[in-house]
Ligand binder design. Structure first.
Ligand SMILES: [Zn+2]
Ligand SMILES: [Zn+2]
Length: 251
């Protein structure tokens, strides 16, 4: 199975997974390489979504060495993008020797979309504003290698994907795709969405549009927070991607 480039461990506030359990799961699936990408969200409503970078690199470097004959372990991060603190976010990504940085938007109006009840708006506004925020962040943040889970906000809507389509949010989503293509930033195909909304993020119609606009590059990750989800849905996502013949994996 191809490598998983989006894995969380107990360095993330929302995971209790031991690093070795995540790596052992990847070995069992026959993966040759993986990337640990724990959360680092500055200025987040929940301040626990950061880790101590010294400790992170020290511990993960030991695992990298210990597994080197079975699995290539990369040390990455899932970095929260934020239009208001770009200098600090960009500096953090540049300061530490991450092998791979997923840039993800985890914050909307200074709140976490995961906490849907904190927003006093309908799902249409919730989704639309999130997409606008993504395009804004992509244009001002640098130092990330791939753009994470483009339409994950749909997981948290009251209606989830029932009324969601690329067409409905065409203007906002095209703006995101154009920003990525202009800056040559690949899209992430994030299979976690298959568990909650039945498709990997972003929706296949968005991948088709990405290709039509000239986008080609992507990478895949499960966004696993527990060992059982390492490589989740990769085979099915692969089938979808194989139909999109112009996409080129970056790994
Ligand atoms: Zn994320
Ligand atoms: Zn993640």
């Amino acid at each position: 199975m191809r490598g998983d480039w989006h894995l969380h461990t107990c360095f993330s506030a929302d995971s209790d997974a031991k690093v070795e359990d995540m790596l052992d799961a990847a070995v069992r699936l026959g993966m040759k390489e993986v990337c640990i990408t724990d959360h680092y969200d500055m200025y987040f409503p929940d301040e626990s979504f950061v880790f101590d970078p010294d400790e992170y690199f020290r511990v993960l470097s030991d695992y990298k060495e210990a597994y080197k004959d079975r699995l290539q372990v990369r040390i990455g991060v899932e970095l929260g993008l934020d239009c208001e603190h770009t200098d600090e976010i960009n500096a953090f990504a540049a300061e530490w020797p991450f092998e791979y940085v997923i840039g993800s938007v985890h914050k909307l109006f200074d709140k976490d979309p995961y906490e849907r009840a904190d927003y006093d708006c309908d799902d249409d506004t919730f989704y639309r504003e999130y997409f606008k925020r993504c395009a804004d962040c992509i244009r001002v943040c640098s130092n990330f290698d791939v753009f994470g889970h483009l339409d994950y906000v749909v997981r948290y809507g009251y209606t989830k994907a029932a009324d969601y389509s690329y067409e409905r949010y065409r203007t906002e989503i095209d703006d995101i795709l154009k920003a990525l293509i202009e800056r040559n930033i690949p899209l992430e195909v994030n299979t976690a969405g298959m568990k909650s909304v039945g498709f990997a993020h972003p929706h296949p119609d968005i991948l088709k549009r990405y290709i039509a606009l000239g986008g080609r590059r992507y990478n895949m990750g499960s966004d696993a927070h527990v060992p059982e989800h390492v490589g989740y849905g990769f085979e099915e996502a692969e089938k979808t991607l194989n139909k999109l013949v112009f996409l080129e994996p970056i790994r």
